[in-house]
Design a protein around this ligand. Structure first.
Ligand SMILES: NC(=O)c1ccc[n+]([C@@H]2O[C@H](COP(=O)([O-])OP(=O)(O)OC[C@H]3O[C@@H](n4cnc5c(N)ncnc54)[C@H](OP(=O)(O)O)[C@@H]3O)[C@@H](O)[C@H]2O)c1
Length: 298
């Protein structure tokens, strides 16, 4: 295990921060990101192809985990070029560099690659049809990795929250203190997923690949996997489950997406089936409400 060199890109994000703590036992972790702070050991800016190539060539990782992304769903509608550069173009370069080293690339994608027209959980091979720039740029990243090939895992997750960063949980906790009434969208269905569980599942996959499989198997297993908490809910119910733990509890009213217009269109139903990751790696995350309780207790 200790001869593994893990290049972790984006250690200050929700998932990246948890990964930085989780993957340490698997090898030597080198944290890379665009902003100078105590977590970042190496400067890497995904908008700069030279920066990506230089860092990968210098670090010579055996595993690259990319937790960095352009994640501002609404802002992406106006910053399309930047979103595609970070979420799409950069991934093609990372995949090429990873392939050169015969390294394993772990990357995260999103439920927003789907249009939400289904009524049952999406499987990995279902037709993708993003409704907005963010989803389309993440899809471009998936396709860039797939066209390079090699050893890669694309983990599509959804509705990510945790105790750090920008997310729905922290927004609801703040609004509960500030307001007496909240109006929350109740007609978008998905699976809230705690960032720590994504990091733990990733670590579990890496440990299994390291201990039990040869390189040929990794190539055969490479592909897209869905990874979310189990069950499904909507933002209104998720908000209620959060607010119930707050000292001050505002009144929460359900509204429709039409009543809360946002620049980016979102899928009305984006629940992902986790069957493939369960059958391949035995990974089954708890239900979203159980995970929320665990997060709030952490
Ligand atoms: N958040 C969600 O609800 C959600 C849902 C589905 C899928 N996902 C996917 O899950 C993954 C992790 O998401 P997250 O919520 O943990 O993201 P996040 O908290 O928004 O963090 C993203 C990180 O990317 C870094 N980054 C952005 N642009 C960069 C650049 N040009 N060069 C280097 N680093 C850059 C940011 O760095 P700074 O700290 O310097 O800003 C930040 O730390 C992403 O692939 C995302 O698309 C997220």
């Amino acid at each position: 295990m200790s001869n593994k060199r893990i290049l972790l890109i984006g250690p200050n994000g929700q998932v990246g921060w948890e990964l930085l703590r989780c993957v340490q036992p698997l090898g030597h972790v080198i944290a890379a990101g665009r902003n100078q702070n105590e977590q970042i050991q190496v400067h890497l800016d995904l908008t700069n192809p030279d920066s990506i190539r230089r860092v990968v060539r210098e670090v010579k990782p055996t595993i690259i985990i990319n937790a960095a992304a352009y994640t501002a769903v609404d802002k992406a509608e106006k910053e399309s070029e930047l979103a595609y550069t970070i979420n799409g173009t950069a991934l093609g370069i990372l995949a090429e560099e990873s392939q050169r080293l015969k390294a394993l690339l772990i990357h995260y994608s999103t439920d927003y690659v789907f249009d939400g027209s289904y009524t049952q959980p999406y499987i990995e091979t279902d037709t993708v049809k993003p409704l907005g720039v963010y989803g389309a740029s993440k899809l471009a990243g998936e396709q860039a990795i797939q066209s390079v090939g090699g050893h890669y895992f694309i983990l599509r997750t959804a509705w990510v929250y945790g105790l750090r960063g920008n997310n729905f949980l922290l927004t609801m906790q703040r609004l509960a203190k500030e307001r007496d009434e909240l109006k929350i969208v109740a007609d978008q269905i998905g699976a809230p997923t705690w960032s720590r569980m994504i990091a733990q599942a990733t670590t579990n996959i890496l440990a299994q690949l390291d201990t039990s499989l040869c390189q040929v198997d990794i190539e055969a297993l490479s592909g897209i996997y869905h990874l979310t908490c189990a069950g499904e809910t909507n933002w209104f119910e998720f908000a209620k489950a959060i607010i119930i733990h707050e000292n001050k509890q505002p009144n929460i009213l359900p509204i429709t997406t039409d009543e809360y217009p946002a620049p980016a269109k979102r899928p009305t139903y984006s629940v992902l089936s986790n069957t493939k990751i369960a059958e391949t790696f035995g990974i089954k995350l708890p239900t979203w409400d159980k995970a929320l309780e665990l997060c709030l207790l952490s």
